[in-house]
Design a protein. Structure first.
Length: 280
């Protein structure tokens, strides 16, 4: 039996599978802010799922940047009590097996590469646009090497501050994220009607960021996920394609741009792919 998990800032999902091809219905619970409570909740969920069966491997994602050994996180705004702990050892300790950890955005991208919108492509760029903006690059089905990690949401775009006030860092994240839209409109993104022109404006802004993705990472496909992309209302895929193709015209071909396909299960699929890659 294998255990896979996805630890988010709000909710945690834990699931079990027997063959690294499928998994059962996940157990979902509110992520405890206290580290000890969180590890205890993980242990309880794993015991409920395994029912005493031998566990051959555990893997999952967590929000926040990982340490060099990928055993824990080094900083986090919400899960700050989880910082500087050996999360992999603490999760696996009662079960006599090994656990593996990856950044939540990267592991969702890995799921899309193997089971979702990135299947069949050699070079995949995954971007998520939700409360924030994140992403990662994958080569031949594997997360690309990086000195620290990938942070496409923090690229500077509005350098002359045509859109943002002087006290806001002019990043892609602050131009197109859910938090950015809420600042612009004064309401939650899901309260902004789909026919509001702001959704088209967000597509134009996102296209500028995707142009950088294309020229820096040269992907075969860009997979877009997150609530601002696959939610309702959303930044329309056809608008993103139109504006990205427009600013790439006469320079270099625009790769295929597609929606993510795995929804809330992306991180679990990614964890399953990670265990398979490690031949656990």
């Amino acid at each position: 039996m294998y255990i896979i998990f996805d630890i988010g800032g709000t909710n945690t999902r834990v699931a079990a599978g027997k063959d690294l091809e499928t998994f059962g219905e996940p157990i979902k619970f509110k992520t405890p802010l206290g580290y000890s409570d969180g590890i205890q909740a993980m242990h309880e969920a794993i015991k409920e799922l395994s029912k005493g069966e031998e566990i051959e491997g555990i893997a999952g994602g967590i929000r926040g940047p990982l340490n060099q050994n990928k055993t824990g996180i080094v900083s986090e705004v919400i899960l700050h009590d989880w910082v500087d702990h050996n999360i992999t050892s603490d999760i696996a300790a009662p079960f006599g097996t090994s656990a593996y950890l990856e950044n939540d955005t990267a592991i969702v991208g890995l799921g899309e590469v193997h089971y979702g919108g990135g299947r069949g492509y050699q070079i995949v760029a995954y971007h998520t646009v939700s409360t924030g903006v994140g992403g990662a690059r994958f080569i031949d089905g594997n997360l690309d090497l990086a000195r620290v990690g990938f942070e496409p949401g923090h690229q500077i775009l509005d350098f002359d501050r045509s859109f943002l006030e002087t006290n806001t860092l002019p990043t892609l994240e602050n131009l197109v994220s859910g938090a950015a839209l809420e600042r612009m409109k004064g309401v939650k993104p899901y309260e902004v009607p789909q026919d509001d022109v702001v959704w088209v404006e967000l597509a134009m802004r996102l296209a500028a960021g995707l142009r950088n993705t294309i020229v820096y990472w040269s992907p075969d496909v860009i997979v877009l996920g997150g609530s601002m992309i696959v939610g309702d209302p959303r930044i329309r895929l056809e608008d993103i394609r139109t504006y990205t193709e427009g600013i790439m015209k006469d320079f270099m071909p625009c790769p295929k741009i597609v929606d993510a396909e795995l929804g809330d299960d992306g991180g679990l699929y990614g964890a399953m792919a990670m265990l398979k890659q490690r031949e656990v």
